[in-house]
Design a protein around this ligand. Structure first.
Ligand code: DC
Length: 231
């Protein structure tokens, strides 16, 4: 008998390695991987381009009015074995990862109308199961009935170190202090916003990977997947 397809929801603070584990699981299981943070980042990029948002302002009503103009798609890049984010047909994978954009994304993702649009799209992408989705509200709002829910944590310093290295490798010009401040700022904003704050779902399994290697983490999580899939 074929194992049943399940939904895997991975939530947690920024830079906790959610996407690394989600990508590994999706590859191993031949499931669809959806990086919902990339979608919030792409909407933020759109808002920046139209000058609706900067460090001092947010033109919420103007952004809400133009939500129908925003078309988000993922396209699989064979070479990178990774689905890249496209905003209105343009590959924005690089632009959405900058520290400048990271400083504005929590503001934009706190808008309920933005969340409603993206959550609907995410639910559609996962309607046939066989999906690994990472974000902040996947186990609580997008797929409250997901068979497996993980909640990832790690100390802010560990996370900032990981993010800092990643950004340097990708050629971004940043300082560690700036990255740490951004990680802490986003933790605060994402978990205190009114609509769908980042909280652990009651039935999510918490993983603190501050001192856990990737291999060990994957093996432990994969065991959980097998139990849920065969159960
Ligand atoms: O996963 P990430 O760091 O790329 O996400 C960027 C931001 O998007 C994050 O700070 C909060 C927001 N986000 C969200 O509100 N809900 C999600 N499901 C995913 C991300």
């Amino acid at each position: 008998m074929k194992p049943k397809k399940i939904t895997i929801a991975i939530d947690g603070f920024s830079s906790t390695g959610k996407s690394t584990i989600a990508k590994q699981l999706a590859k191993q299981l031949n499931y669809l991987y959806v990086d919902t943070g990339a979608m919030y980042r792409a909407v933020t990029l759109y808002a920046i381009q139209l000058n609706y948002v900067n460090q001092d302002k947010l033109e919420k009503d103007a952004l809400i009015k133009s939500l129908d103009e925003i078309n988000l798609t993922f396209k699989y890049n064979e070479k990178l074995s990774f689905s890249e984010m496209y905003l209105n047909g343009k590959n924005v994978e690089q632009e959405i990862r900058t520290i400048e954009l990271s400083k504005l994304v929590s503001k934009v993702s706190a808008i309920s109308e933005v969340r409603k649009k993206l959550v609907e799209q995410q639910q559609k992408m996962g309607e046939d199961k066989g999906v690994v989705m990472d974000g902040r509200d996947i186990g609580t709002v997008v797929f409250p009935d997901a068979e497996l829910k993980l909640f990832m944590t790690a100390s802010p310093e560990k996370r900032a170190t990981r993010r800092y290295k990643e950004l340097l490798e990708k050629g971004h010009d940043v300082s560690y202090a700036d990255v740490l401040e951004n990680v802490q700022q986003r933790d605060y904003l994402d978990s205190t916003r009114e609509d769908s704050p980042l909280i652990k779902a009651d039935d999510a399994i918490e993983f603190d990977n501050s001192d856990m290697g990737l291999k060990e983490q994957f093996e432990r999580i994969y065991q959980l997947v097998l139990i849920k899939r065969n159960g």
